[in-house]
Design a protein around this ligand. Structure first.
Ligand SMILES: Cc1ncc(COP(=O)(O)O)c(C=O)c1O
Length: 329
């Protein structure tokens, strides 16, 4: 494939097939780490910028300021580099060092908020307030506000959903993480639009409050919504059939298992989605086609999820997860 710019490589990511032991379901892992910025968020970063250019919210030479756990910011930094915008990412300590280093490498600038938060707490409200205030104070600035921006959600409707149906013909069950809801709901809308009857299943960390429940801190980064943070406007609850909760140890030990047994390095939210999806698919009878959307790669988490000392010091090592997964696949 010959392309003219890096954004032409966004999308058309591969599907890795895995087999279940206890039924005839076919399972496909949609590997979004193969986007140029290493996550599915490249898709929405490009769309949010292109739509803002079209309707004049973003003008040549402008500055883009966004609150992000890191992946959206990496996507925005890449698109900004190509299109010559200044880019400022407002992050908190849930953004891993690797993500921050990548944003900087693409020429993005970093503002860190929420210094007084604990390691497993997310400062979403502070991030969003800061990005909004900065964009209001600065001339020719644009705050995409991914949580409430429908161009985030629509970025997946005619790309990811289409890719799945072009490749697989049918999808009976779709599993994805949920943070802003852009990827899960956007893909779900695209599947429905194309006549698919797939069940839509979303996974958030234990402690995230998107479906009610008790809010408490969690380490899975980029996914879920912490206590007190407003519910993103782009979540379409009507199209979601079922929601699940992944514990940090389930998520991270799944990542470590897949790296060692399948040579597949995935990120923490992807580990949580994978564990809960496989558990659910294992409980099914008969046959069907399931797609599990894996948001990003493990390269961005080498200093935590794949670091034995960090895992041990946070009491997250759990070898039972390996045995549980081995009973399923
Ligand atoms: C690692 C990771 N997982 C999951 C999500 C959630 O995706 P969405 O915002 O599309 O719901 C994000 C979003 O930033 C993310 O970075």
């Amino acid at each position: 494939m010959i392309v003219n710019k890096v954004t032409d490589i966004i999308g058309n990511t591969p599907l890795l097939q895995i087999n279940m032991k206890n039924n005839d379901w076919k399972v496909y892992l949609k590997l979004e780490k193969f986007n140029p910025g290493g996550s599915m968020k490249d898709r929405m970063a490009l769309n949010m910028i292109e739509q803002a250019e079209k309707d004049g919210r973003l003008k040549p030479g402008g500055t883009i300021i966004e609150s992000s756990s890191g992946n959206t910011a990496i996507g925005l930094a890449i698109v900004s580099a190509i299109k010559d915008y200044r880019f400022i990412a407002v992050v908190d300590h849930h953004a891993s060092k690797e993500k921050i280093d990548m944003i900087k490498a693409y020429g993005g600038e970093i503002v860190v908020v929420g210094d007084d938060y604990k390691a497993n707490e997310v400062a979403v409200i502070e991030r969003e307030k800061t990005a909004k205030r900065m964009s209001e104070e600065m001339e020719n600035a644009f705050f995409p506000n991914q949580a409430d921006n429908f161009d985030n959600r629509s970025a997946y409707t005619d790309t990811l959903a289409k890719e799945l149906l072009d490749e697989l013909s049918t999808v009976d069950a779709f599993y994805a993480a949920i943070g802003t809801g852009g990827s899960a709901c956007g893909t779900a809308l695209g599947l429905k639009k194309r006549g698919s009857k797939a069940t839509i299943n979303v996974i958030e960390p234990v402690g995230s409050i998107l479906f009610g429940g008790e809010g408490k801190p969690y380490f899975q980064s980029g996914t879920g919504n912490p206590i007190n943070a407003p519910i993103p406007k782009i979540i379409d609850y009507k199209i979601i059939d079922k929601n699940f909760y992944a514990k940090d140890d389930e998520a991270f030990n799944t990542c470590r298992y897949f790296a060692k047994k399948y040579g597949l390095l995935i990120g923490g939210s992807a580990g949580g989605v994978l564990f809960k999806a496989l558990e659910d698919i294992n409980s099914k009878t008969g046959s069907g086609t399931a797609v599990i959307l894996l948001c990003d790669g493990g390269e961005k988490y080498l200093n935590n999820i794949f670091n034995d000392e960090w895992m041990k010091s946070n009491n997250l090592i759990n070898h039972d997860i390996d045995k549980i997964i081995e009973n399923w696949i």
